[in-house]
Write a protein that binds this ligand. Structure first.
Ligand SMILES: *[C@@H]1O[C@H](CO)[C@@H](O)[C@H](O)[C@H]1NC(C)=O
Ligand SMILES: *[C@@H]1O[C@H](CO)[C@@H](O)[C@H](O)[C@H]1NC(C)=O
Ligand SMILES: *[C@@H]1O[C@H](CO)[C@@H](O)[C@H](O)[C@H]1NC(C)=O
Length: 187
């Protein structure tokens, strides 16, 4: 009986060491980014009065909401299309290097979460081409990772991870996201 118990604990210990080794080697196998850039994008949400200035629009809302005010609870069911200026620093008035264009939709009633599908479209002397992103945005978390699923031009065939942080949030009317783009495939 004692021998069996010892055997089992030896086996468990062995399995534990094995699994530790696997997760360690998997971590060390993660590559360093081949290109990295930090971008900011500025979203001015339509509030019923700022149609001239707004850079995003609610284009679909649940039957119990409307397209002027974000839905309750937690904006669930709203689909927002945006065309936001992209800058290299956090200043709204800096010269943009491109636009962030696409949509986000709010996809959970219980808490604030969104799903993003958009492109960084660059058209500056420094940067040309696009970076295409998609993924879940758990807004309540400090940092969220989106997938970089592809690119064109300076970012031909790229893939990687983009880490989002909410850099500013003003009265549901303006938000600024900081995006740390880490690319692992560069050509
Ligand atoms: C939209 O819904 C909000 C409440 O959710 C309401 O206060 C507002 O008046 C509505 N706007 C329009 C244009 O129906
Ligand atoms: C990109 O910039 C060039 C030069 O300013 C301009 O001719 C071209 O129309 C722009 N393209 C887009 C898609 O904005
Ligand atoms: C447009 O919106 C931004 C962000 O809310 C604000 O800083 C700016 O003053 C607005 N501009 C105009 C002309 O209303």
């Amino acid at each position: 009986m004692a021998a069996t118990t010892e055997l089992i604990s030896a086996l468990l210990l062995f399995l534990l060491i094995c699994s530790c080794n696997i997760s360690n080697s998997e971590k060390t196998r993660r590559p360093e980014p081949c290109k990295r850039l930090v971008l900011y994008f500025h979203d001015i949400v339509y509030n019923g009065k700022n149609a001239q200035n707004a850079t995003s629009a609610i284009v679909a809302s649940p039957a119990w909401g409307n397209k002027t005010t974000l839905a309750v609870p937690n904006r669930f069911g709203d689909v927002v299309v945006f065309d936001d200026p992209v800058t290299l620093d956090n200043n709204f008035r800096s010269t943009p290097v491109g636009r962030a264009q696409g949509f986000y939709l709010y996809d959970k009633k219980e808490i604030l979460t969104a799903w993003f599908g958009f492109s960084f479209v660059f058209n500056s002397t420094r940067l040309k081409g696009t970076i295409n992103l998609a993924g879940a945005d758990d807004i309540m978390k400090t940092t969220r990772d989106l997938s970089v699923v592809g690119g064109t031009g300076d970012f031909f065939m790229t893939r990687g991870i983009a880490t989002l942080m909410t850099d500013a949030l003003e009265d549901d009317q303006y938000f600024r996201l900081r995006v740390d783009v880490k690319l692992y495939e560069c050509y």
